[in-house]
Design a protein around this ligand. Structure first.
Ligand code: SF4
Length: 472
């Protein structure tokens, strides 16, 4: 997927015009909110668990180089192979070379953001291989020729009617099929593909160094199919997924399931520590882990942003973000949307190609509050805004307005004068809807909102009068 992360303004303006998308996002986020809130409220020790998860993952990230070495040694000792790739191109080539050397032709893939990140499907299809997404949401967007718009719910932007039409066009099902019927049709098609595939590709939610184990979390069972039926299993994994010990996992699994879908525990958790061994009746003959760096070492080297590597991809920050809830995932222009996407994308694709993303936040702080890993997302977004300005992203009008603001903020007299003069003008603009005929940010802002009318007296006067009355 070609990054369009420098086009947030344009893409989000288009998304704001799409009333169906906004309705779909509203519906999805309210059900995510309710599920997460229930799951969290039923746990009196949630904050303790968050702290434990945060500490464990922090320690894991601090010791990342050592943990990777231990994982490699342990997986190799049981017949698995480990490859390190510096960037997406190297990872794509590595996967293709494994497939070629094993004589593979057909691939089934489980849901994996990292394979989206390296645009693996396009690469494999261009090489003449057939690639089928096994996750229902991913399968829907593969048929639609689109990309995921949410970390855990890739087809969140699609209605039942749209999916029925897609299935009708591609699979010949009833155009008015209901959801159970659509699921049945998908299951039948995918089941056949799983049974005929010779290569299975997955990501990984975690990998455990101590035991050389890949951990995969899912609800549909398609990952089990992709990782056990084909002859070869290739797991493409971001280097930040490694945990030193098995005991680190329990807290993180509990945090992930409750924050992602509100489940106490997810339907399937797979632990894969080797290819098929002597007496086993299933499992792949070959197991490869392809570790991807692609900007993660750069992020690791930045102490003010390193904690972003603690992300367990639960999607909670997206579900609670008012910006994501209005514009959806495609507006972010690349693989990772929402607050976490706005933080990691500039590191992965370069700040100059994603300088608008740190601005894609109202800094209300909800993302930081709901993040189970306690990642300080708002602080990180502020830090990235500073970096974007250093990299020259601020235009003339932004620089000028910041200079004027800085001048006013340092001069209480000037500030009061401007407020006194500005209030009547602002009331006039708000009443007459003049913002829509002004230029630049005022026009963009007012396209989908109305300006709130300010109070007559203003905060300072109200405060003074209230203090004089004794704050009653
Ligand atoms: S940043 Fe936090 S809330 Fe957002 S996806 Fe990652 S772990 Fe979940």
């Amino acid at each position: 997927m070609r990054p369009r992360s420098d086009q947030f303004h344009e893409l989000s303006s288009e998304a704001l015009e799409d009333s169906f998308l906004r309705e779909a996002l509203k519906r999805a986020s309210s059900s995510f909110h309710a599920a997460k809130t229930d799951a969290v409220d039923s746990m009196p020790d949630w904050e303790e668990l968050r702290q434990r998860g945060h500490d464990r993952k922090n320690r894991a990230i601090e010791n990342l180089p050592e943990a990777l070495e231990v994982f490699e040694k342990n997986l190799r000792s049981r017949g698995g192979e480990v490859h390190y790739c510096e960037d997406g191109a190297a990872a794509r080539d590595q996967v293709l070379s494994i497939i070629r050397s094993s004589g593979g032709r057909s691939v089934t893939k489980s849901k994996s953001m990292v394979t989206e990140e390296i645009a693996l499907n396009d690469h494999l299809e261009a090489a003449g291989l057939s690639v089928l997404e096994g996750d229902l949401g991913e399968y829907i967007i593969q048929l639609a020729g689109e990309h995921p718009s949410h970390i855990i719910a890739p087809a969140i932007h699609k209605s039942r009617e749209e999916v029925a039409e897609l299935f009708h066009d591609h699979l010949g099902s009833d155009p008015d099929a209901d959801i159970p019927e659509l699921t049945r049709v998908a299951r039948e098609t995918l089941r056949e593909a799983f049974l005929g595939a010779d290569i299975g590709i997955s990501g990984a939610n975690f990998v455990i160094a101590e035991t050389g184990t890949i951990v995969l979390v899912e609800n549909e069972g398609n990952i089990r199919m992709s990782t056990t039926v084909p002859r070869v299993h290739i797991a493409v994994v971001g280097i930040e997924k490694v945990l030193p010990r098995r005991s680190d996992l329990a807290a993180l699994l509990r945090l992930l399931c409750r924050s992602a879908t509100g489940q106490r525990v997810t339907s399937y958790i797979s632990f894969i520590s080797s290819p098929r061994t002597g007496g086993e009746g299933d499992g792949p003959e070959k197991l490869h882990v392809v570790f991807l760096d692609a900007g993660r070492s750069r992020l690791w080297a930045d102490p003010t942003q390193r904690e972003a590597l603690n992300c367990i991809r639960c999607g909670a920050c997206l579900n609670f973000c008012p910006v994501y809830g209005s514009v959806g995932g495609h507006s972010y222009g690349w693989v990772y949307p929402g607050p976490i996407g706005s933080v990691i994308t500039p590191h992965y694709v370069g700040i100059e190609k994603a300088s608008q993303l740190p601005q894609a936040s109202s800094l209300c702080g909800r993302c930081g509050e709901v993040c189970p890993m306690k990642i300080p997302l708002p602080d990180m977004l502020l830090g990235l805004r500073a970096k974007a300005v250093e990299a020259g992203s601020a235009g003339f009008s932004e620089k000028l307005s910041m200079r004027v603001f800085s001048l006013l903020a340092r001069s209480p007299r000037l500030w009061r004068l401007l407020l006194a003069l500005g209030r009547p003008f602002y009331r006039l603009v708000a009443r007459a809807g003049l913002a829509s005929i002004l230029g630049g940010a005022a026009r963009r802002w007012s396209r989908s909102r109305s300006l709130p009318l300010p109070g007559r007296s203003g905060f300072r006067r109200w405060w003074r009068e209230d203090s004089e009355r004794g704050g009653e």
